[in-house]
Design a protein around this ligand. Structure first.
Ligand code: FAQ
Length: 308
């Protein structure tokens, strides 16, 4: 098939909602877009273990500790499925790690904020996993087969994560005045960064238009952000907490909430590496990589010994 015919065939398959598989023809730009998005997603899961990992030893009860431990382990698993999906596009996993460690690769802005109190475990589960689900459920229908299939299990696990976060906040909000204040403080700090997770506004988004055409993305950044606000406001009401946005108002006409302006300057600063914890996060990942060198060496040596 000529290059033009292959390209046409690819576009037709996308139009028919067929999944594109690793050995199928795909334009280089489609491949690179996927490598970019899936690797950023994988890095986000792995770096995303750090803010919560910080609280495993300080969970208030054995039950909370076991749940948090399971959640953080799930995130490691998500990272691994996603790195595997990315490798099917012909990229080497060590190269992806190297890009993360050198600061070249992006990962979600949200994980560059500190987790200061136990209530932050609630806010991360409720808001960060809540935003992740909103963004990731449509990715179960993304056009690249291995990515779509990886997302199915990830989304199931994210639902449990969100509920465990909400449950932490529910307990705090039903507890003492100090506990409720702790929950409110966590919401105050995590609300705006959670809205930023969806990425820049549609007019400033570099990739949305093309990714929508290829059905990699099924909704735009602003559409998903709006859905998240609409879903979360009633949940905040049930907790008796106030979303820190004086401009948040129901809009009858659009049947959704209007909300205030996001601080995009803060977002881009965090994305560029100048957030409160960027340095610390990358240092932690580099240390884990270096500390794990002996495990990689032992595994390679074992494989060499038994393959000969
Ligand atoms: N942070 O043109 P767009 C989780 C970058 S997983 C940093 O709109 P796109 C689970 C973007 O890369 C959370 N950078 O880009 C969990 C691009 O830069 P580039 C991660 C961001 O790809 C929970 C530039 O800005 N989820 O939370 C961010 O079409 C709890 C222009 O942006 C995913 O990765 C950001 N927030 O749309 C784990 C989901 N937003 O590459 C632990 C999959 C944008 O040109 C605990 N990814 N940028 O240099 C996606 O859906 C998309 O990639 C978006 C961005 C929506 C994130």
């Amino acid at each position: 098939m000529s290059a033009a015919a292959s390209e046409r065939n690819f576009e037709e398959r996308i139009a028919r909602d067929e999944k594109i598989e690793p050995n199928d023809f795909m334009p280089d730009t489609y491949r690179h877009t996927l490598i970019r998005q899936i690797s950023q997603h994988a890095h986000s899961e792995i770096v995303g273990m750090l803010p919560e990992g910080n609280w495993i030893t300080r969970a208030p009860t054995l039950k909370r500790k076991a749940i948090l431990l399971a959640k953080v382990q799930d995130e490691a698993g998500h990272g691994l499925y996603l790195y595997s999906a990315c490798e099917t596009l012909g990229v080497d996993r060590d190269r992806l790690y190297e890009e993360l460690h050198s600061g070249k690769a992006k990962y979600s802005s949200i994980f560059n904020y500190p987790s200061l109190t136990w209530a932050d475990m609630g806010a991360i589960g409720w808001l960060v996993d809540g935003a992740a689900i909103m963004n990731q459920v449509p990715l179960c229908r993304t056009s690249y087969g291995p990515y779509a299939r990886a997302m199915v299990r990830i989304c199931k696990e994210e639902s449990f994560h969100q509920r465990q976060g909400y449950d932490i906040l529910l307990s705090l909000c039903r507890g003492s005045a100090e506990q409720k204040a702790m929950a409110q403080d966590a919401l105050n700090r995590w609300w705006w960064p959670s809205l930023m997770m969806f990425g820049p506004t549609d007019k400033d988004s570099t990739h949305t238009e093309q990714s929508m055409r290829w059905k990699i993305k099924r909704f735009t950044n602003d559409e998903l952000r709006q859905r998240f606000v609409d879903m979360t406001k009633p949940q905040a009401d049930l907790l008796g907490l106030t979303i820190p946005d004086p401009d948040l108002k129901w809009n009858e006409e659009k049947q959704g909430y209007d909300f205030g302006e996001i601080n995009w300057d803060e977002f881009w600063q965090v994305v560029k590496g100048n957030g409160p914890c960027n340095f610390e996060r990358i240092e932690a990942r580099k240390k884990a990589w270096e500390d794990g060198a002996w495990v990689r060496e032992a595994a390679s040596e074992y494989a060499r010994k038994y393959s000969s």
